[in-house]
Design a binder for this molecule. Structure first.
Ligand code: COA
Length: 339
C-alpha cells in the first residue's frame, strides 16, 4: 500500500538489496579510434577509461535498463515487486518528457499503482533520490522504496572528432538499491548534503534551443542536443568540490575520514578520484574505481559501484558508507549511511 500515515516515530532505514543492468554493446577505446581522431593512450591517461557500454536505441532505452536494475535489486533484497510502495529514478535522460521513467518501471515490474517520480540531478540524481527516499521511510510515510540511477547519455554525444572531448567519457547503465524500514533506528542516514550552482552550468550543459546558449558558447544548430563541456573548468570544479563535500559530510556526522568504510563515488575521471584518495589518505579498498569498464554513466555511476561492492561481499552490516556525486547543473551531493 502506498502513502502510509505520517507519524512522529522515527524508524531505521536499511539498504536491503542492489542490482544493475548494462547494455550488452561494449565500446572499447580502440573501437572509438575507428570513429574519431583519438587514441587508447590519450583516453586512458586523461580519464582511466578503457571501455564503456552503449545502448541500442532501436531495442532499449533508459526505462528498460532501469527495469532490469530494479528487478535485480528487488530480487537481491528477497522481496517481490508488490512489496515496493514507491519508485524513484534519478535520471537526466528519460526516454520521453512523459511518461516519467519511474512510472514505466512501476508498471512494468508489476509494483501496482504506487508512487513513482523522476529526479533530474544529472550525475547527482541517484544521491539526491537516496536522500529523499530515506526521509520518506524515516518519517513513517513509506516502507520499501526502490531507488534507481539510470541514464542513456550517449544519445547526447557526438561520436565524431568534433565531439571527441565529450564522447570518450560517457557510457550507459542503470543500477538500483532497495531501501526498507528497519526497527533499529540507529540504521540509516547519518548526514547528507545537497548543493547546486546554476551559474556554473555554462561549463556543462545540453542545449535544447538557441536561447539555451550562454554568452561563452557560440550557437550552432549542430550543437543542439549535444553535451557542451569545458573539460578543464569542470575538472577544476570537481577536484575542488569533492574534498570539501567529504569534509562537510564528515563534520555533520562528527566522524573522521578513516571512520568511513567505503566512499562510493561518482566515476567521472580516475584522476579526480585519485586526488580525493590522496587528500584523505584512502586505500583503494575504501574508494573503489570501476570507470575503466563503464566510463561515466551519470546517474547510474554511484549505485553501480555500490552493487559491485555488495556482489563482491565487501559490504557488511555495521559499516559506514558515504555516497558522493557531482555533475551537471552544476550539482553536488552526499549521503552518509550507517548500515
Ligand atoms: N582524443 C585525443 N585528443 C583529444 C581528445 C580525445 N578524445 N579530446 C580532446 N583532445 C585534445 C584537445 O583537442 C586538445 O588538443 P590541443 O592541445 O591541440 O588543443 C588536447 O587534447 C587537450 O585537451 P584538454 O581539453 O585541455 O584536455 P584535458 O587535459 O583537460 O583533459 C578531460 C580532458 C575531458 C579528460 C578533462 O578535462 C576532464 O576529465 N574534465 C572533467 C570532465 C568531467 O568530469 N565531466 C563530467 C562531470 S560529471
Amino acid at each position: 500500500m502506498s502513502g502510509h500515515a505520517r507519524t512522529s516515530v522515527r524508524v531505521g532505514v536499511e539498504i536491503a538489496g542492489s542490482g544493475a543492468c548494462l547494455p550488452s554493446r561494449r565500446l572499447t577505446n580502440n573501437d572509438l579510434v575507428s570513429m574519431m581522431d583519438t587514441s587508447d593512450e590519450w583516453i586512458v591517461q586523461r580519464t582511466g577509461i578503457r571501455e564503456r557500454r552503449v545502448y541500442d536505441p532501436k531495442v532499449e532505452g533508459t526505462a528498460d535498463l532501469a527495469i532490469g536494475a530494479a528487478r535485480a535489486a528487488i530480487a537481491d533484497a528477497g522481496m517481490k515487486p508488490t512489496d515496493i510502495d514507491l519508485v524513484i529514478v534519478g535520471t537526466m535522460t528519460p526516454d520521453a518528457p512523459t511518461p516519467g521513467v519511474a512510472s514505466v518501471v512501476a508498471a512494468r515490474i508489476g509494483a501496482g499503482h504506487v508512487g513513482a517520480m523522476d529526479v533530474n540531478g544529472a550525475c547527482c540524481g541517484f544521491v539526491f533520490s537516496l536522500n529523499v527516499a530515506h526521509d520518506m521511510i524515516n518519517s513513517g510515510g513509506y516502507k520499501s522504496i526502490v531507488v534507481i540511477g539510470a541514464d542513456t547519455i550517449t544519445r547526447f554525444c557526438d561520436f565524431t572528432t568534433a565531439g571527441r572531448n565529450v564522447a570518450v567519457l560517457f557510457g550507459d547503465a542503470a543500477a538500483a538499491i532497495v531501501l526498507r524500514v528497519n526497527q533499529d533506528p540507529s540504521i540509516g542516514l547519518l548526514a547528507q548534503a545537497m548543493h547546486s550552482d546554476g551559474e556554473g552550468a555554462r561549463n556543462l550543459f545540453v542545449p535544447g534551443r538557441e536561447l539555451d546558449f550562454p554568452p561563452n558558447v557560440e550557437y550552432a544548430p549542430e550543437k543542439i542536443h549535444r553535451i557542451y563541456m569545458d573539460g578543464q573548468a569542470v575538472f577544476k570544479f570537481a577536484v575542488g568540490t569533492f574534498p570539501k563535500l567529504i569534509e562537510q559530510t564528515l563534520e555533520k556526522a562528527g566522524l573522521a575520514a578513516d571512520d568511513v568504510d567505503h566512499y562510493v563515488c561518482h566515476q567521472s575521471n580516475y584522476r579526480i578520484l585519485n586526488s580525493a584518495r590522496e587528500r584523505f589518505g584512502l586505500s583503494p579498498e575504501k574508494l573503489s574505481v570501476n570507470i575503466d569498464r563503464y566510463g561515466n554513466t551519470v546517474g547510474a555511476s554511484v549505485p553501480l559501484v555500490f552493487d559491485e561492492l555488495r556482489k563482491s561481499g565487501r559490504i557488511h552490516p555495521g559499516q559506514k558508507v558515504m555516497f558522493l556525486a557531482f555533475g551537471a547543473g552544476l550539482t553536488w551531493g552526499s549521503s552518509l549511511w550507517q548500515l
